[in-house]
Design a protein around this ligand. Sequence first.
Ligand SMILES: Cc1cc2nc3c(=O)[nH]c(=O)nc-3n(C[C@H](O)[C@H](O)[C@H](O)COP(=O)(O)OP(=O)(O)OC[C@H]3O[C@@H](n4cnc5c(N)ncnc54)[C@H](O)[C@@H]3O)c2cc1C
Ligand code: FES
Length: 344
Amino acid sequence: MPDVTLLNIGRTIAVPDGQTILSAALAEGINYPHGCKSGRCGSCKSRLSGGEVDLLDHSRFALTSDERDGGLILACRAVPIGLASVVWLKDEDEAASHAVREVQAVVVDAGLLTHDILRLRLKGAGPALDFAPGQYATLRLDGLPARDYSMANAPGAQELEFHVRRVPGGRTSGAIHEHLHVGDHVHVKGPRGSAHLRLGHTGPILAVAGGSGLAPILSILESAVAQGMRRPVRVYIGGRDERDLYGLERLTELAERHGDMTLTPVLSSPVAATLRRAGFVHAAVRADLADLDGWKCYTAGPPAMIDALTETALALGLQRDDLHADVFFTPEIKFDTGDIAAAG
Ligand SMILES: Cc1cc2nc3c(=O)[nH]c(=O)nc-3n(C[C@H](O)[C@H](O)[C@H](O)COP(=O)(O)OP(=O)(O)OC[C@H]3O[C@@H](n4cnc5c(N)ncnc54)[C@H](O)[C@@H]3O)c2cc1C
Ligand code: FES
C-alpha cells in the first residue's frame, strides 16, 4: 500500500493499491480540493513533488498535456506507484473551515419534483451539518453503495435538502425513490467538494444546471441573494422536455429579489411545440453571451452537458479557475474515448 505525503498539511496517508490519491484522502476525512472526482473539472490539480503515479483518463480541460509534462497531476485520477508526495494547487478558502462529519439523519419529507427527481429532506439528531453553498454530502443507506448528493438549500437550516434523479438501473438512486420513506434513517457524511460559492469574486455569475444539477445551483443562488450579492447573474436550466423542468417558481422569486438575474430554461428534445428555448444549454450560452472573462461559472449536471459547457465557456474567455463544476455521475464510470486527454 503506497504512502503519499500531502505537503499542504504535512500528513502522510496510505493509499490502498489501485486507489487514487483523492479517494484515499477523502476516506481519511481530509478536505482535499475536488469537484467532479472523474478527471473533468481540474479542481484537484496538484503538483507531484516526488515519486510516480499512474494517471488515468481525464479531459484535456482538466489537465493539458503541457501541464502533465510540467509535473502536474489530477489527484482524482492519480494512482501512486510506491512512495509519492503532492501539493494541491487550489486554496480551499471558506469550504475548508467546515470539518467533515458523519451524522445519522432521519427522512422528514420525500416528494417528487418531476417524473424522475425526488426531493428529500433530512434532519440529524444533533446540530445541522454546516457547509458552503454548492457542496455535497455522501449518503449511505444500509446495504447499498454510498453515493454523493448536493445540498439544495442554503446553509444554516436545521434540515438538509437533496434532489435525487432516478438513474435507470441505478442501485442507490433507485432505492431512494422506491424504498425510502419518512422516518427512515440515512448516514450523511460531509460536506465535501470545491464547486462552492466564492463570496470574494466581484464579477458576473453564470449558473448552468442540467436535471437534478439544479440542487447545488439553488443552494448557491439562494445564498448569494441572501448575502446581498447583486452582481449580474445569468441562469440556464437544461432539460429534455417540459416535464423535466422544476424549481422555476423558486428561481423566479429569487430573480425578483435580486434585480439583475435572468432565467433561461432550455429544452433539448421537446415533444410538442414550445415557447421555450430549444437546443442544448451550452449552445444557448454561446448564443447569448459574448465574453466570459472575469465571470464565475457554477455548473452541475450530467457529464456530456458539463463537457460541452466547459468547452464553450473557455472558448468565450472564462478563466479555468473561474469554472466550478460538479459532474453528476458515479465516479468510476469511464470516459468516451473522444474525451480522453489530448494535446493541450
Ligand atoms: C459530486 C457529486 C454530486 C452529485 N450530486 C447529485 C445530486 O445532487 N443529485 C443527483 O441526482 N445525483 C447526484 N450525483 C450522482 C449520484 O452520486 C449517483 O452517481 C447517481 O445517483 C447514480 O447512482 P446509482 O447508485 O443510482 O447508480 P449506479 O448503480 O452507480 O449506476 C447504474 C448505471 O447507471 C449509470 N449512471 C450512473 N450515473 C448516471 C447518471 N447520472 N446518468 C445516467 N446514467 C448514470 C452507470 O453507468 C450504471 O450503468 C452526484 C455525483 C457526484 C460525483
Ligand atoms: S478533475 Fe479531479 S475532481 Fe475534477
